[in-house]
Design a protein around this ligand. Sequence first.
Ligand code: NAD
Length: 270
Amino acid sequence: MMNVTLANGIKMPMLGLGVWKATDGAEVEEAVSYALNHGYRHIDTATLYKNEVGVGAGVRNSTVPRADVFVTTKVWNEDQGYDNTLRAFDRSQRNLDIEYIDLYLVHWPVKDKYKDSWRALERLYTEGRVKAIGVSNFLQHHLDDLLPSVEIKPMVNQLEHHPYLVQPSLQQYCKAQGIQFEAWSPLMQGGIFDIPLLDQLARKYKKSVAQLVLRWNVQNGIVTIPKSVSPERIIENSQIFDFEISAADMQAIDQLDKGQRVGPDPDVFC
Ligand code: NAD
């Protein structure tokens, strides 16, 4: 599994399993164990998904040692603020029950709260309770507002990213700041399957449309976390390290960008 190295030296696998909408209990537990037993080393959950207990069981029941797995969870909006975030972290840790959390994210830039939430993450990081800390759904103006007051910069920014929402200037900004860009809804929640150019390119590379788009992510240096609970698709989505997309085709995919979201706009939602 290919890794990126975060600003603090921690290695993060470029492909992870997303588990939003995977039901707690057997469904998420089996998907997580299956993915880990078949090459994945990274799982992305959140307090909001209400499946941290099943994710933790899936990690513990897999054949992969804990030290080789990278687990992300996130503080939910209503838990933001300094004290609340510290408490939310404790709850997530109890729910997951996997010794430690690799990456803890501020899920959304909740107005008037995210700076306090960030101070809590800095404390958790400084105390060695989490290996890396970051944000999610932070646009450039949120980062411009946050960064001057931080002691530790976010190591990751997890954002909606797919061929219809490329956000090139935000990508460049994150890169310049040493913040790893991570893609959520990389498959546009299924929307990429209706785009003719992607069909055409997938046929050219003898890959599926999902594999093409996930390969486009990792070739651009973007960490990606497609969601599936189906064993066939979990395997399919991991077979992206045995081919290379040409520079011209990478650019052609970039140019599909329409600035079109399938999820909430951070400026409206928060
Ligand atoms: P996604 O783009 O990963 O698409 C998931 C959908 O595609 C599911 O319906 C799945 O069944 C289908 N699918 C998966 N593999 C397929 C394949 N090979 N062929 C055909 N269909 C396939 O959407 P997502 O779940 O919204 O995003 C992925 C992950 O990102 C989430 O599970 C979650 O972990 C994370 N996420 C984070 C945020 C955030 O605010 N930070 C928001 C949304 C999602």
